[in-house]
Structure formats: C-alpha cells, structure tokens
Design a protein around this ligand. Structure first.
Ligand SMILES: Cc1cc2nc3c(=O)[nH]c(=O)nc-3n(C[C@H](O)[C@H](O)[C@H](O)COP(=O)(O)O)c2cc1C
Length: 340
C-alpha cells in the first residue's frame, strides 16, 4: 500500500516532465535504488513457478520488450520481482529511431502511443551489457532489423543478431510486429514468414550444436492480424518447430481512443485499449495451436485480473509494459496473486 502511494507520487512528478526524459529518469532511479539496496525492501512477489519453452520461470509475469532496449537496466529491473525480463529490440547496427516527440501518454485510457522506431545502441552494446550478467532469472533478448535493411534481406539481420546474443540469452524473441519500422510487419505474411522461420531454425540448430545449449526462439506478432492470418501463423509456427509465440505487440487501431486529442499521432497503441484485442488473439492462437507451443500473452494488462484473463485465454506466461508505467511494481504482485 505504502509502496503504491509512493509510486503514485513519484509518477505524478515524473509525468510533468517530457515523456522520454521521465522514461530515462525512471530507469536511472531504479538502477540507483538497486545500487543502494533499496529494491530489496520491496514486498516480495509470491513464488509461482511455470515451466515453458524448456525453461522454469519463477513466476509467470515478465517485463515486455522496449523498456530496456539496450540491456542497460535488466539487473535492477529484475529485482522488482518480474518472473522474466525481455530486453531489446536490438538491431545489428545502432540507430537513432524516429525524430522526437515519438512517445505520447494517454493517461485517461492508461495507454501509450509510440513511434520510437527501434532506437537502440546496436547488438554489440547489448552483448557487452549482458556478457557478465549476474541475474540468474530468465533473460529474453528481443531482436529486430535495421530500418534501412530491405525486407528481402531481413533474415540477414535476424541471423546476425541471433549469432551474437545466443550465448547470453535464455530465450530469443524475434520481433516482426513493430508498426514503426516500414515493411517489418510484411514478414508476418505467408511466404516471407516461412523463409524467415526456416533461417531462424537453421541458425538455432547450428548454434545449439556449436555451443552445446539449445536456446528457445519465440516469435512476437501483431494484434492487427485477421483470423485467417492467425490460423496461417499458427500452422507455420508448428511446422517450423518455433518454441513460443508472444502475442501481441502494439496496435495500429485507434478505435478505442478515437476521442483522444492524441489519437491522430502515428505509431503503435498499447495499454488498456489493446487488452481486449490482444486477449482475442491469444484465444484464437490457443485454439489453433492446441498446446503445440506456449503463448506469452501481452497487451493491456493494467491490473491483476487482466493477467489471469490472458492465462484463461490460453497463455502460459504474460508480460507487461504500459501497465507497469502507470501502476509500478505493485502490478507484478497483483498479477501473480490473481493467478491463484
Ligand atoms: C514505448 C514502447 C516501446 C516499445 N518497444 C518495443 C520494442 O522495442 N520491441 C518490442 O517487441 N515491443 C516493443 N513494445 C511493445 C511492448 O513490448 C508490448 O508488446 C505492447 O506495448 C503491449 O503491451 P502493453 O499494453 O502491456 O504495453 C513497446 C511498447 C512501448 C509502449
């Protein structure tokens, strides 16, 4: 309770600052609190182990990709009680992303619109950060392509990132669903998807052989796929032996926030307004996959019940991003508690 009030006060102050400034300050504050040992004072998240993708997760509530794009803060973030932390999206070469402003808060909807455009320091920076990791929990590394790599050559970028991060990741998430990199979502379409999944599996098999360790690969998909596309996606995931699927990324839809003055901002919408659609996608995937591979449910979890809703729809694990920005670490505890 005390912690939730403190978070609300800190949030009120931070939300007065430009969005990206408060984003960086918050991460730095978490890192500082970790160094001072203050995060150890947070109430503990209950143990709720889950086995998925050949890994054991201490609890099923993870941090979604995009908050710690470069792997600079994952040790501190993990101390907040997440069952797993996904860092990235990282690309082969560093890139600046889209011009600012590119991150917009819609507090009345507990939502964010972002068009960051994979701003990141490049895969070599991330590898330097994770090489000496102390964090014993589950670390996912999310990979993408540079904005100027043509879509036909996208598999080169994914292969290169996979080769570099493989030794340091507990699982690798392959992001083909960000709306802010032109052409990226085309990789979700049948022929290109099949080609990409084949490259990922070949690379994984080779690296597993060379390094003597199998690292599962999960594909991250958009909420803006229709039923036929979801069914095709599920078939391809099974056919290629992909280890998991993360559903979903942000949406291009503005329907739930059409009355917001920010609705016209380009980019992906996340938070409460994407919850229902993301859960529908989880349910449709679950029906198609019939347990063949685990689903990580993400999108719009802002309270405990939203997390258990995703599990009921067929997810084995969940992730949070926008809800965590609005609610702070108490959301992790509430979500785990809601799973009973
Ligand atoms: C500011 C911001 C940046 C994001 N960056 C990434 C990213 O780099 N890679 C990725 O796979 N997803 C990214 N996402 C999507 C989230 O990981 C998540 O899939 C999506 O926001 C839905 O979950 P939420 O409603 O809990 O935020 C980003 C989301 C936000 C709000």
């Amino acid at each position: 309770m005390y912690e939730a009030i403190m978070y609300q006060l800190a949030r009120r102050a931070l939300f007065l600052l430009p969005t990206e400034t408060s984003h960086h300050l918050s991460l730095q504050a978490i890192a500082l609190a970790s160094q001072l040992g203050a995060l150890k004072l947070l109430p503990k998240v209950a143990a709720h182990p889950v086995a998925a993708m050949g890994l054991t997760f201490p609890n099923p509530v993870g941090l979604a990709a995009g908050l710690d794009k470069n792997g600079d803060y994952f040790e501190a973030l993990s101390e907040l009680g997440f069952g797993f932390v996904e860092i990235g999206t990282i690309t082969p070469r560093p890139q600046a992303g889209n011009p600012q402003p590119r991150l917009f808060r819609l507090p009345e909807y507990q939502a964010i619109i972002n068009r960051m455009g994979f701003n990141n320091l490049g895969v070599d920076h991330l590898v330097a950060q994770v090489r000496e990791r102390q964090f014993k929990g589950v670390l996912g590394i999310n990979i993408g392509k540079n904005f100027d790599t043509p879509v036909e050559k996208a598999s080169h970028d994914y292969r290169l990132c996979m080769e570099k991060v493989y030794a340091h990741a507990d699982y690798i998430a392959v992001n083909i669903s960000s709306p802010n990199t032109p052409g990226l979502r085309d990789l979700q379409h049948a022929e290109q998807l099949s080609e990409l999944l084949a490259v990922l599996k070949q690379t994984q098999a080779r690296l597993a052989d060379e390094q003597g360790r199998y690292v599962p690969v999960a594909l991250k998909i958009a909420p803006d796929l229709d039923d036929t596309q979801i069914a095709d996606m599920a078939r391809q995931l099974v056919k290629h032996g992909i280890d998991g699927v993360i559903a979903t990324n942000t949406t291009l839809s503005r329907e739930p926030v059409k009355r917001s003055p920010l609705a016209g901002e380009q980019g992906g919408l996340s938070g409460w307004p994407v919850r229902e659609r993301a859960t529908e996608v989880v349910a449709k995937l679950a029906a198609e996959l019939d347990g063949a591979l685990p689903i990580i449910g993400v999108g719009g979890i802002v309270k405990g019940g939203d997390a258990s809703e995703k599990i009921k729809a067929g997810a084995s694990l969940v992730q949070v991003y926008t809800g965590f920005i609005y609610r702070g670490p108490s959301l992790i505890r509430d979500a785990v508690a809601a799973m009973g």
